[in-house]
Design a protein around this ligand. Sequence first.
Ligand code: SAH
Length: 343
Amino acid sequence: MTSIKDLSLHDLEQQFALLGEPAYRARQVAAWLYKKNVSDFAEMTNLGKQLRDKLSQQWFISNPVIVREQTAQDKTRKFALRFDDGVVVECVIIVDEKRRTLCISTQAGCKRKCVLCATGKMGFKRNLTQAEILDQIIVANRVLAPKEHITHLVFMGMGEPFDNFDTVLAALRIIHADHGMCVSPGRTTISTVGVLEGIERLGKEGQGEGLAISLHASDDETRKKLIPHARSVSIDQIIQAAAVYARVTGDKVTFEYVMIKGVNCFPADGKRLAKLLSQLPSKINLIPCNQVADSPYRMPGQAEIDAFMKELYDSPVIVTVRKSKGRDIMAACGQLAGSVPPV
Ligand code: SAH
């Protein structure tokens, strides 16, 4: 049996038509699943008992188990969720004034093996399904206080979203839909290691979601040391693909840049970045390197950061610095590894 959350809203309407039910029933079911976050057909009280029985004969409602929940000093909450086959992934709620941002995973593990990232070090288990991507948002909405809900989404958890493109795209349709989760494309950001086909496809098939690209170096040699994928894709190719995305969506593209001591934040890097990013509407989001087990990479000292940032501040590039949250519970960027104590 498949989880009913693996169906698109269109599929759901068709299935209801086959059952001889009016189309609005599909919207009612979607509201139970994605707005009221129920986990049992029996809770769908505006559907007759017969219909509920028919639904439960065809589908189940997936419902991952929270195997670990941790809260950081800054109120960031990390959840480890276990799916039916035992696979565990993590997602993180970041609280910032009225914003409730959920950082979600698209894969259990990752194939990309970036040397600075804990997920890259754990290897790849499998792609998540549409239901499993949506379930992370559902679980987060359930654990928030009654009148709160997830307002923003970042696809910056475990995995490379463009290595699971079709499923991510299908999940996005439900995430943005009025009768789905109602989180608009403008409040949704997808982060990629720089998969060119994915950037191009999102430009054509997406709905104007924010695009973030993990750059992390200002020259190809340094980038190749950090990101194996850089051996086959140059920074210039990434800039070109990003420029097309910016043109198609009319939005700035964000470049993420982890600042690593002695590796990628010399003043010369700042100069090169300023030049590279002047080619397209963009901004750069600087992330102080977070500590990861078995990794030699560290955050630079303040003097190194200042000298590097001065080059950027002296240029027209828009610079933001990410407040990495949840470090004390290993919930910050690059720290998700889905390790939980045995149950
Ligand atoms: N695969 C996608 C999604 C992961 S997003 C991508 O590569 O963009 C997670 C972000 O955290 C990426 O920008 C990643 O490069 C960054 N990151 C990885 N390790 C980190 C670390 N040790 N400190 C800070 N950021 C890190």
